[in-house]
Design a protein around this ligand. Structure first.
Ligand SMILES: [Zn+2]
Length: 305
């Protein structure tokens, strides 16, 4: 008969070894790499103190994932309806399982197309939408997904602050009024300020809505309105924002002729360093509050099968 001697010292040693292995595994899981087309690029869960804005390449549409410096996160828009899985995977790969703030700038399909999927497949905190309705199936699906999870929508309007700390704020600058005839002009305009740097997100706001904004729109980085359409980018706007960098979110060879030549010309005249998701893929702009770093060629969103 086989006898096993139980040695108490050996058990102690094995327990210690097990604990060390567990600790090592835990610390490894915090550093998750995102495989981009640039194999040198590695992205990890945002360190405390870093703000990282990921302008996701979702073809002709908008989707922007933001790692906030307080380790929470925000998703502004979710592209057309075939990117839900890819957006969710991208967020999960960065180490996030909750979306603390979900923003639907306005209810057009190129902004909310995949949002029902995102709501169904992620833990969602606060949801912000403009107080306007439409009758599309895409919009109805989103409202159903939100209701099914027992979540509530906050109506976004100018003057609301999502976060308002000394060094770090997320402010809603628009809509000031609702334009029932043009959903673009109901877009949520949002500004994130972190120490000396700020980012402005215009959704698809056109000239008419942009002229209603009374809050300070100045920002280091501008997400160009309406995919680079001439209806959004004007001389008056660029004078108000005075950006150093701009990102245009759009698809290759889109049928709208975006970006319009006049938009590119204006950005050039104002000396703005401009990036485009159709040419640069997903663009990630990070800051610790004093100067940004920019990475291009990051993972583009794949169409769901
Ligand atoms: Zn759009």
């Amino acid at each position: 008969m086989l006898k096993i001697k139980i040695n108490s010292k050996l058990i102690l040693k094995l327990t210690a070894l097990f604990a060390v292995i567990c600790l090592a595994l835990c610390s490894c899981s915090i550093n998750i790499n995102v495989n981009g087309s640039d194999s040198e690029s590695k992205t990890t869960v945002s360190e405390i103190g870093t703000l990282s804005v990921h302008y996701l390449d979702v073809g002709q549409g908008d989707s922007i994932f933001i790692e906030l410096p307080n380790q929470k996160c925000m998703l502004i828009d979710a592209g057309e309806n075939m990117y839900g899985k890819s957006i969710t995977e991208y967020i999960n790969n960065l180490g996030y399982t909750n979306i603390d703030y979900l923003v639907a700038t306005h209810p057009h399909a190129d902004h909310i197309g995949s949002m029902a999927y995102v709501v169904k497949h992620n833990n969602i905190g606060e949801i912000y939408m403009p107080k306007v309705t439409t009758t599309t199936k895409t919009y109805e699906n989103l409202l159903t997904a939100i209701a099914d999870k027992g979540l509530k929508v906050k109506s976004a309007k100018a003057g609301m602050n999502i976060i308002d700390d000394n060094d770090f704020s997320i402010n809603i600058l628009a809509p000031v009024t609702i334009d029932e005839d043009n959903l673009n002009n109901c877009s949520i305009i949002l500004k994130i300020t972190y120490k000396n740097d700020s980012f402005l997100f215009l959704g698809d706001a056109e000239k008419k809505e942009l002229e209603t904004v009374t809050a300070d729109m100045s920002a280091e980085v501008l997400k160009v309105g309406h995919h680079g359409s001439r209806t959004s980018t004007t001389k008056a706007l660029l004078e108000k924002v005075n950006p150093k960098y701009a990102v245009i979110s759009l698809g290759k060879d889109n049928s709208y002729g975006h970006p319009h030549k006049s938009t590119l010309k204006l950005l050039d005249e104002f000396g703005v360093e401009t990036y485009r998701t159709d040419e640069n893929g997903t663009v990630v702009i990070s800051t610790e509050g004093s100067g940004v770093t920019i990475k291009t060629g990051q993972t583009s969103m794949k169409r769901d099968e």
